[in-house]
Design a protein around this ligand. Structure first.
Ligand code: CTP
Ligand code: CA
Length: 229
């Protein structure tokens, strides 16, 4: 839809969206990363701004995307930086959306100098867990604040995508979980997306196959009535 065709129904709301993929440094030039492009978080931020919200976009590494008009951009690199930025904005935001792909693990030690090649095989890289930012935001949630998580699931022989989504919603304790089916070229590095919007009250809304902007609209449509205005 053209921006001027959208309702200004998010006016008065401050929303914070994380986007992109974190990078966890191994040494000054190397990192562990993931393939998130940041396009879904970007679309959420852009659509929210078009609908009148005050928007803070906390962006980890993303594809070359132009900052949407009217959006406050906070650039971060690692999960630790993303965590600090989200906790800082959580003090004022009415809605927190964790669309970023946060690394579950990081190298246990940051090597200060570039690791050199030698004649022997290298040591294995020891990893340590990153904090679960979404769970922390849920634990620190202010009354009326809405917290939204994302889950990209593939499903397997025994458990479907939706079942994994339900379990994750319960585990995370967030108000909403957007579940995307991934694999076979779906969701990552592509323009389109499809999935379900699961609510903590048990409601399950299928999100039809469409653009990431359409998915963003579906998410804001669902959340708006429950966010304090
Ligand atoms: N997330 C987070 N902090 C982390 C890992 C994930 O805030 N350290 C958030 C993501 O931004 C997303 C949600 O948690 O909104 C679900 O992420 P996902 O990777 O699907 O869930 P995990 O709990 O990490 O479980 P797993 O990767 O094993 O499926
Ligand atoms: Ca994970």
């Amino acid at each position: 839809a053209r921006p001027d065709a959208l309702p200004r129904d998010l006016e008065g709301l401050h929303v914070a969206v994380s986007a992109g993929g974190t990078r966890e440094a191994l040494d000054p030039v190397r990192y562990l990363g993931n393939r998130s492009s940041g396009r879904q978080g970007w679309a959420l931020a852009r659509v929210a701004a078009q609908r009148g919200a005050r928007v803070t976009l906390v962006a980890a590494h993303t594809a070359d995307l132009v900052t949407p008009a009217g959006v406050d951009l906070v650039r971060v690199g690692s999960a630790a930086e993303l965590r600090d930025a989200m906790h800082a904005v959580a003090g004022t935001a009415d809605v927190l959306v964790m669309a970023a792909a946060v690394a579950d693990f990081r190298p246990a030690a940051l090597v200060e100098h570039k690791i050199k090649k030698t004649d022997r095989d290298p040591d294995p890289v020891a990893l340590t867990r990153n904090p679960d930012i979404l769970a922390e935001l849920v634990a620190a949630r202010r009354p009326g604040q809405v917290v939204v998580g994302f889950a990209a699931e593939t499903g397997d022989a025994t458990t479907g995508v939706l079942e994994y989504g339900r379990a994750k919603l319960a585990r995370k304790g967030c108000d909403w979980l957007v579940v995307n089916a991934v694999g076979d070229g779906r969701a990552f590095e592509v323009e389109d997306n499809a999935g379900w919007l699961l609510s903590a009250d048990g409601a399950e809304t299928p999100i039809p196959h469409g653009s990431k902007a359409q998915l963003a609209s579906a998410v804001w449509d669902a959340i708006r009535p429950r966010a304090e205005l």
